[in-house]
Design a binder for this molecule. Structure first.
Ligand SMILES: Cc1ncc(COP(=O)(O)O)c(C=O)c1O
Length: 364
């Protein structure tokens, strides 16, 4: 066995949502009988036109991808009204998180974020040799911005803020974020992770992009993995000032986003009707699922995303395993809480049907 960095060796590996084929083999069902609601993926395939655009470049596999992201940059810049040089692309937004953590971390630094929040903030902090400082969420599973600010130390190099938050689906209002950003020392990087921003319909919410354009210490992260249904292709991007991007990307290998993925992402934009239809389908599914939880008196957070966080306790792993046995894959969190992705209407109904079956068993 080679010698391994002890701090890395002690990391608990990231546990992804289980793959449909694997569960199907395990429980003896066909893959098409399994419902996966465990990874906050889109229940639908790519946007219209994406598969055709991808097919057209499949034979260009001998060439390295475009390191300037010319076309993707142009299209994203137009879509979100951000200057092209304020965009930073990577192999999923999680890779951008790891690059920036490596660039600003190192021994003697710390990283502040809420808990529970996106588990990768913990993992990348460890990779970067930064000490993780985890601040419990406040009332209603909302970020406690005062406590986050108070947790920032002289050695803190970054604050991660998922808005809306994963796994709780809760959000922080625009004015509170602005006030928070104003109060953080300029030498601390603030990463506002907006992976789920498309799904929000609460009017108090706004993107932090204006802050990222105005300040060198703010980065907003976005992804094509959620509403745009490209999780398999791995494309994420950041919005920040060009000087900040050129520093943060020094820990990034070249050619990190395949040409196929770049083409797929670019072809996903420019279809506002399809985007609105998918957002509405998610909102309708979320409303029905939250209503079902209320009717059954199940504790939950007020989700603004494509997933709900609810307590099926006392044992999260046992609850998730009971669902898996019945062909519905959900994500166990801790303390009896689970995270359930909004699927198609039929998938959501399957979840509720299994929930009722299990509740009935519990009452017996
Ligand atoms: C808060 C948050 N940020 C980032 C990501 C990663 O997205 P990507 O697929 O772009 O790496 C996720 C994925 O679940 C997430 O929940």
């Amino acid at each position: 066995m080679p010698r391994i960095r002890p701090d890395i060796a002690s990391i608990r590996p990231y546990v992804p949502g289980r793959h449909i084929d694997e569960v199907a083999r395990d429980i003896g069902m066909r893959p098409d009988e399994i419902v996966k609601l465990a990874s906050n993926e889109s229940p639908e395939g790519p946007f219209p036109g994406v598969a055709k655009a991808v097919a057209a470049v499949l034979t260009e596999s001998n060439r390295y991808p475009d390191t300037d992201f010319y076309e993707l940059r142009r299209v994203v810049s137009g879509a979100i009204e951000v200057p092209p040089d304020h965009l930073w692309f990577g192999n999923g937004s999680v890779s951008l998180l790891s690059h920036l953590a490596l660039t600003i971390g190192g021994p003697g630094t710390s990283a502040v974020y809420a808990w529970p929040s996106f588990v990768m903030y913990r993992v990348i902090s460890r990779w970067a040799m930064s000490e993780p400082i985890e601040v419990p969420l406040g009332d209603g599973f909302v970020h406690d911005l005062d406590a986050l600010r108070a947790a920032i130390r002289d050695d803190t190099s970054v604050v991660y803020l998922a808005n809306p938050n994963n796994p709780t689906g809760t959000l922080v209002a625009a004015d509170a974020i602005d006030e928070f950003i104003d109060s953080v020392p300029e030498e601390v990087l603030i990463v506002v992770d907006e992976a789920y921003h498309h799904f929000v319909d609460d009017e108090s919410y706004a993107t932090a992009i204006p802050q990222a354009l105005a300040r060198p210490n703010v980065v907003v992260l976005r992804t094509f993995s959620k509403i745009y249904a490209l999780a398999a292709y791995r494309v994420g991007f950041g919005i920040a000032q060009p000087g900040t991007i050129s520093e943060l990307m020094k820990s990034q290998a070249p050619f990190s986003v395949s040409q196929v993925a770049q083409v797929a992402a670019a072809a996903s934009l420019g279809n506002p009707e399809e985007l609105a239809r998918r957002v509405e389908a998610n909102a309708a599914g979320r409303r029905r699922l939250l209503d079902a939880l209320v009717e059954r008196d199940i504790r939950h957070a007020e989700s603004q995303t494509n997933f709900v966080y609810c307590k099926l306790g006392p044992d999260s792993a046992a609850a998730a395993a009971a669902f898996t046995k019945r062909g519905v894959i959900i994500r166990p969190m801790s303390g009896g809480w689970v995270r359930v992705t909004i699927g198609t209407q039929a998938e959501n109904q399957r979840f509720v049907a299994v929930l009722d079956e299990l509740l009935l068993n519990l009452q017996r």
